[in-house]
Write a protein that binds this ligand. Structure first.
Ligand code: NAD
Length: 347
């Protein structure tokens, strides 16, 4: 009989890629989300449109002893959503409710293997003030001082999952993702991350135009390509590692360097105008010693390789949104893709 998996947040960026991977591995997959994937038809065997803030909906979708559960659903977004302060109450209420309900549902069905996606945003702000030397080793999370309420909720939920391990004999695994990017990720609307926003701005600009970049562009980050994120997720989910582990790249670049890389890919020379905007911490990269030690693996693909896959996809989205012909991007379905199956509960 096929192994079974539940993916919460299967309509989102990472969740929809994870569905595809688990289907390739031969799983029977149920996806659940508030929405279908935006850019391609879901490959889940069963896709349920449901609000996981409601415990009744959680009980309904967790109706069996799944072999693996992946909890990726969260109220999240890029800096434009998380760091303005305007959405703090919604972020904390919505994401905490989802985590409390999903985990309780799993406990009630005696499900052992639950993966939870935490974030680099849990790391203390005071360790990320130097753009050239940010510190994100896993054990530096405490004393806690995340720079956003999004990070505080993630930290609370990490503890929640680990407490179910201790008190109920579950085997929850917790990853701290660092800036995941790739095709079929949000690229516009305010929730997109830096690589997608920069690709969009450059794709939309004509040679000689100016593009706007938040802050002075000297802030540093690392970005992990989606395929490697899924590799790390599955390795961690199926391991015996019972502490939170970073899943991210340690190739740190400044935002200005990222802009230059994308311009080179696009073959465009554009003026960069630095404007005030939410920036998050000054520097961040993934500290990868623990994952290498515990899993014998760490992400290794160069950033440029992932950008080479991502830029043409975003360019095609920009062109399509303007109604013109883009350079074709093989393997991408049109936006607002029709879904042939799926059903709704709790509406
Ligand atoms: P995403 O926003 O694309 O996916 C999250 C999904 O959760 C969305 O499709 C959304 O509709 C769904 N969701 C939100 N509220 C829901 C609810 N009440 N009921 C059901 N579904 C709901 O985000 P993503 O980039 O795929 O991220 C997945 C997870 O990884 C999130 O928990 C996020 O916090 C975490 N994470 C992501 C990154 C990154 O760089 N993408 C970095 C750190 C952590």
């Amino acid at each position: 009989m096929a192994r079974t998996a539940l993916i919460c947040g299967a309509g989102g960026f990472i969740g929809s890629h994870l569905v595809k991977r688990l289907k390739r591995e031969g799983f029977w997959v149920r996806g659940v989300d508030l929405k279908f994937p935006e850019f391609s038809e879901t490959e889940a065997d069963d896709f349920v449109i449901a609000d996981l803030r409601d415990q009744k909906n959680c009980s309904a979708v967790i109706d069996r002893r799944f072999d693996e559960v992946y909890q990726l659903a969260a109220d999240m977004g890029g800096a434009g959503y998380i760091f303005t302060g305007e959405h703090d109450a919604a972020i904390m209420h919505n994401s905490a409710s989802i985590n409390l309900n999903v985990l309780e549902g799993c406990k009630n069905r005696a499900i052992k293997h639950v993966f939870y996606s935490s974030s680099a945003c849990i790391y203390p702000a005071h360790n990320q003030t130097d753009p050239n030397d940010p510190f994100t080793r896993e054990d530096s999370a405490y004393p806690a001082n995340p720079d956003s309420d999004y990070g505080w909720e993630k930290l609370f939920s990490e503890r929640l999952y680990l407490s179910y391990n201790r008190n109920y004999g579950m085997q929850c695994r917790v990853a701290r993702y660092h800036n995941i990017f790739g095709p079929e990720g949000t690229w516009t609307g305010g929730r997109e991350k830096a690589p997608a926003a920069i690709c969009r701005k450059i794709a939309a600009a004509a040679d000689g135009d100016a593009i706007e970049v938040w802050g002075d562009g000297l802030q540093t980050r690392s970005f992990l390509y989606i395929d490697e994120c899924i590799d790390g997720t599955l390795r961690l989910a199926r391991s015996t590692v019972n502490v939170p582990v970073n899943i991210g790249s340690d190739e740190m670049v400044s935002i200005n360097e990222l802009v230059s890389m994308v311009m080179a890919l696009a073959g465009k020379q554009l003026e960069v105008r630095h404007i005030p905007g939410p920036m998050g911490v000054r520097g961040r990269t993934s500290h990868n010693e623990l994952i290498a030690k515990l899993l014998g693996w760490r992400p290794s693909a160069p950033l440029m390789q992932g950008l080479q896959e991502t830029y043409p996809w975003i360019e095609s989205q920009v062109m399509r949104s303007r109604g013109s012909n883009a350079r074709p991007y093989v393997g991408t379905a049109p936006r607002a893709v029709a879904q042939s199956h799926g059903h709704q509960i709790g509406a």
